[in-house]
Design a protein around this ligand. Structure first.
Ligand code: COA
Length: 376
């Protein structure tokens, strides 16, 4: 009997998870049972990761210990810095630098204490990204500060200046919002890798490579470019029509699972709104909201049978830009958050493992016979 064919594995479940619950029809998301809007605005990123890894919120002592453990693993070696310096000199994209940096930064990982390895992996992500960025700017890296939380320290390492409370709050909301999201493509990659009995660092490295693509984590940069262009021309409708007429996809819209507005869009929209109204470029924010309305209407006109609504990347672009994250680091900043989900999923897979090995339908040539090279 031939296995049924499911290109893109759409509608195929390959794992049970206790990490995040998505209702694609209604547009709901909960992390370990907490609705995303409640978690995102209240938690520190360290609390979200603790929750993902342990299934409950930390007590104040556990929170302090976990935060200290993470901050104690932030440093990267000179060898890793050299890799990042070269990546910056060659103007490699940030995600390539992150992939090389993650693989190199974990030379000391022993694979003897999974919990420790997870913390090491999560802790070095911001240092790798910020170090690469400093080199890209022709500057020396900023040494991480142990007294700052995960989010504040990332912002600090990018600029060498202590971030404002509003910046930290905005970025913290973002990091909490995107930390986990079911069996998205990069998380699936991570689970496939550990399902073979391979290790955590290999899983995370594969996940970074998967997240890079524009159909997954690579969309917010193009979203920002699109919004800036439309803000300047003031003609959102023409932009959307031309894009759709050219058969191109509108970045920041559509989703494999949601047939409603992505619930993370609402969380990030409110965070961005607070940011822009309190001293940011309020006109730009208003224009972006207007663009969303126009685009949603035209997408439904263009494709009435497929509900194409705003996905997480639309307001990601606006929020991260407002917070001061450079556009070239949007996807890498997504990875800084999602590594919490990747590692939690990898541990979940290891805990109850079955090799992930789908099948394929052969549609190539058959019944061929060998011709020696001289006769071809
Ligand atoms: N703009 C225009 N058309 C879109 C679209 C978009 N953003 N997203 C999907 N469509 C169309 C497709 O062209 C396709 O039409 P077709 O059947 O005529 O070819 C139809 O909707 C179904 O799309 P499909 O590619 O099967 O959906 P998917 O589940 O594979 O895609 C995404 C999900 C996210 C990859 C897709 O919506 C997309 O490319 N969005 C833009 C990129 C983006 O924002 N990525 C971030 C994701 S969080």
């Amino acid at each position: 009997m031939t296995d049924s064919l499911n290109p893109g594995l759409e509608g195929v479940a390959v794992a049970e998870t206790r990490l995040s619950q998505i209702n694609g029809g209604q547009g709901n998301l909960a992390i370990r049972g907490f609705p995303i809007d409640e978690l995102a605005g209240n938690a520190r990123y360290e609390e979200t990761v603790f929750l993902l890894l342990n299934g409950r919120l930390p007590t104040s002592t556990e929170y302090a210990d976990f935060r200290d453990e993470l901050s104690s693993h932030r440093q990267i070696s000179e060898e890793v810095q050299a890799v990042l310096r070269r990546a910056a000199r060659e103007e490699k994209p940030a995600m390539d630098a992150l992939r090389m940096g993650v693989a190199a930064a974990n030379l000391g990982v022993t694979e003897q204490d999974q919990g420790e390895d997870v913390r090491r992996v999560i802790a070095v992500f911001p240092t790798i990204v910020a170090t690469y960025w400093r080199y890209r700017q022709g500057k020396e890296p900023v040494t991480p500060r142990d007294d700052l939380g995960h989010t504040a320290n990332y912002l600090y390492m990018l600029t060498g200046e202590e971030p404002s409370e509003a910046q930290v709050a905005g970025l913290e909301t973002y990091l909490n919002t995107v930390a986990d999201h079911g069996l998205n493509a990069s998380t699936f990659s991570a689970r496939v890798v550990v399902s073979t009995g391979s290790d955590l660092v290999s899983a995370v490295t594969a996940a970074v490579g998967t997240l890079k693509g524009p159909l997954h984590g690579g969309a917010p940069g193009p979203v920002l470019e699109m919004l800036r262009e439309v803000y300047e021309t003031g003609d959102a409708e023409r932009y959307v029509r031309e894009t759709l007429d050219a058969g191109e996809r509108l970045m920041g819209f559509g989703h494999r699972v949601y047939r409603a507005r992505d619930p993370r869009a609402a969380v990030l929209e409110s965070a961005a709104k607070r940011f822009y109204i309190d001293g940011g470029d309020a006109d730009f924010f208003d224009a972006a909201q207007e663009f969303e309305d126009i685009a949603t209407d035209l997408l439904s006109e263009h494709m009435p049978d497929r509900q194409l609504e705003t996905n997480v990347e639309f307001y990601t672009a606006i929020l991260l830009d407002g917070v001061g994250i450079p556009k070239d680091l949007f996807t890498a900043t997504f990875a800084i958050s999602r590594v919490g989900g990747w590692t939690a999923h990898a541990l979940e897979q290891m805990d109850d493992n079955r090799l992930i090995r789908p099948s394929s339908h052969y549609v190539g040539d058959t019944q061929r016979s060998w011709t020696p090279v001289a006769e071809r």
